[in-house]
Design a protein around this ligand. Structure first.
Ligand code: PMP
Ligand code: GLU
Length: 400
């Protein structure tokens, strides 16, 4: 048996990904024959578009089987550069772009090359689970700023300014956001940009992976503000927009010195991402967006469905998300209730209760820095969602 204390301090100081853990738990139960509705992990339930699959098959036949350049093929970087111009009006040349093994890897790269031991990383909560662990891995200290249902789960420029110290290196922004679905408007980003302009040593990692799952319309990026441009690291990828979570392609657009540093790191850690998946991603980015739009419409319909169903459950308090595919209800009113002598002490107990009694998997809010909440992903079929809420309603009636 390997003793925990033999492991490096580096790995011991971080926790595992609870989104991934809950997904695995659901899979294990499903493979034991249990009828679990998995609303834990956030990934589109749609299949990758046919023209993207065809491009991957062609890449195999054309023998794209060798190492790719560390930072990605030039045609993919060109497609990303054109996408950023076409869809976001952002001018980035291919030298400003590096392709990685998913947006998660891009974020990890950015933190590893920017953050030094003792640097502070500002993370608005509720936050996506991996930000704080990756920041710790890079040696950073997380400075969490809170937001709640009252502010639509968005932080204010004043909160950001209060959190900035001489040690602040990075601010992490995620819009549309995971786990809350909050979307910062152009005006809100402009107010945040005004504050950040006064702090030239602070870098901004802008996670825009849910760009296309936005029910307000046009996506806005903090990179749009010229005065910040050199300090913004835009992170995006193909996972959510093109239903390609398993293909593992993400990218970053940033100043060339940041991109070069990430390339140096990536050259040792992973080399270039999968050659086949890169060729598929070229087809995704250069192809038409009607498939993405169809998915967005389905997510909007499901958002309305789950808001109505969760809203009708007594004691579940929630806000209406403007993007991504999650709801993030406050379940505090259930804490302290019990079933067959088992007391629900917190959101983790609440999720375990749902798993055992309703066979529905969700993720405890504590994983996202927001205890007494749970995250429910609605990236699954309307009928499964209806069934899940029938089960949740029935199970919660057992609590007293
Ligand atoms: N950022 C956020 C906010 C996410 O929800 C995800 C999905 N897990 C990622 C980044 C990573 O996406 P990818 O699949 O491209 O690594
Ligand atoms: N975006 C998904 C989630 O948050 C994927 C899981 C992960 O990468 O953490 O559930």
């Amino acid at each position: 048996m390997i003793a925990m204390e033999k492991l490096s301090g580096r790995i011991r100081k971080i926790s595992g990904s609870q989104t991934m853990a809950m997904n695995q738990k659901s899979r294990d139960l499903q493979s034991q024959g249990k009828d679990i509705i998995n609303l834990s992990v956030g990934e589109p339930d749609f299949h990758t578009p046919p023209h993207v699959k065809d491009a991957a098959k062609k890449a195999i036949d054309d023998n794209f089987s060798f190492y790719s350049p560390v930072g990605g093929y030039s045609d993919l970087k060109e497609a990303i550069s054109q996408k950023l111009l076409r869809e976001n009006n952002l001018h980035y040349s291919t030298e400003n772009i590096i392709v990685s093994n998913g947006a998660k890897h891009s974020i990890a790269n950015a933190l590893m090359v920017l953050v030094d031991e003792g640097d502070e990383v500002i993370v608005p909560a509720p936050y996506w689970v991996s930000y704080v662990e990756l920041a710790k891995l890079a040696g950073g200290t997380n400075v969490i700023i809170q937001s709640g249902i009252g502010s639509g789960f968005k932080v204010t420029p004043e909160q950001i300014e209060e959190a900035i110290t001489p040690k602040t290196k990075v601010l992490l922004l995620c819009s549309p956001g995971n786990p809350t679905g909050s979307v910062y408007t152009k005006d809100e980003l402009s107010d945040i940009a005004q504050v950040l302009t006064r702090y030239p040593n602070v870098f901004i990692i802008s996670d825009e992976i849910y760009e296309h799952i936005n029910y307000l319309g046009q996506h806005n990026s903090i990179a749009d503000f010229d005065e910040l441009r050199d300090r913004v690291v835009v992170v995006n990828g193909v996972s959510k927009a093109y239903a390609m979570t398993g293909w593992r392609i993400g990218y970053m657009a940033a100043s060339t010195w940041i991109v070069k540093a990430c390339s140096k790191l990536q050259g040792h850690f992973t080399s270039g991402p999968s050659s086949i998946a890169q060729k598929a991603s070229v087809a995704a980015l250069n192809g038409d967006n009607s498939y993405t739009e169809k998915m967005r419409e389905a997510f909007l319909r499901r958002r309305n469905l789950v808001i109505e169903r969760a809203g009708n459950i007594p004691g579940m308090v929630l806000s209406k998300p403007d993007g991504a595919f999650y709801i993030f209800p406050d379940i505090s009113s259930y804490v302290g209730l019990a079933h067959e002598g088992k007391v629900i002490k917190d959101d983790t107990d609440f999720c375990l209760f749902l798993l055992e009694q309703a066979h529905v998997a969700a993720v405890p809010g504590e994983a996202f820095g927001a205890p007494n909440h749970i995250r429910i992903s609605y990236a699954t079929s309307d009928s499964k969602l209806d069934e899940a809420f029938d089960r949740i309603e029935k199970a919660l009636k057992k609590l007293s």
